[in-house]
Design a binder for this molecule. Structure first.
Ligand code: SF4
Length: 128
């Protein structure tokens, strides 16, 4: 296990803890029903919401790059529920640091599939 991996995992765990703490605060302030309405409005579940809480907009750049890593052309994906679903998953992804590093290193699809929650969708798009 290398030092960079440990740094990435530590950042991810810290982000997760911060998101969970923010969510707990919102829960106390808004209550179950209001928070549930917010999830619904954003089209996310609880985990997705935590990811969104601390997500920057970097996923917009990472998603098409990762698609290409899997041999999928982003420009060939039609707007619609499938694209929105991939975007939602990517925006709330807990592995964003690992993703950025893997993309920078040029890791292949098999390596990225081990942590990318969109990997199955990319693979099904490859097969289509
Ligand atoms: S690892 Fe996460 S951030 Fe990277 S492409 Fe997959 S879903 Fe998006």
């Amino acid at each position: 296990m290398n030092t960079q991996y440990l740094r990435d995992r530590t950042r991810e765990l810290f982000r997760g803890m911060m998101a969970a703490a923010t969510e707990r605060r919102l829960h106390l302030e808004l209550g179950d029903a209001e928070l549930g309405r917010l999830y619904k409005e954003l089209g996310v579940d609880r985990d997705g919401f935590r990811g969104l809480l601390l997500s920057g907009g970097e996923w917009r750049e990472r998603l098409p790059r990762m698609m290409r890593r899997f041999g999928v052309k982003p420009e060939g994906i039609a707007e619609g529920a499938r694209l929105e679903d991939m975007q939602r998953v990517c925006a709330g992804c807990p592995a964003q640091y690992r993703c950025a590093r893997a993309l920078a290193r040029g890791d292949n699809a098999a390596t990225c599939a081990a942590f990318c929650p969109n990997a199955d969708t990319f693979e099904s798009l490859q097969a289509a």
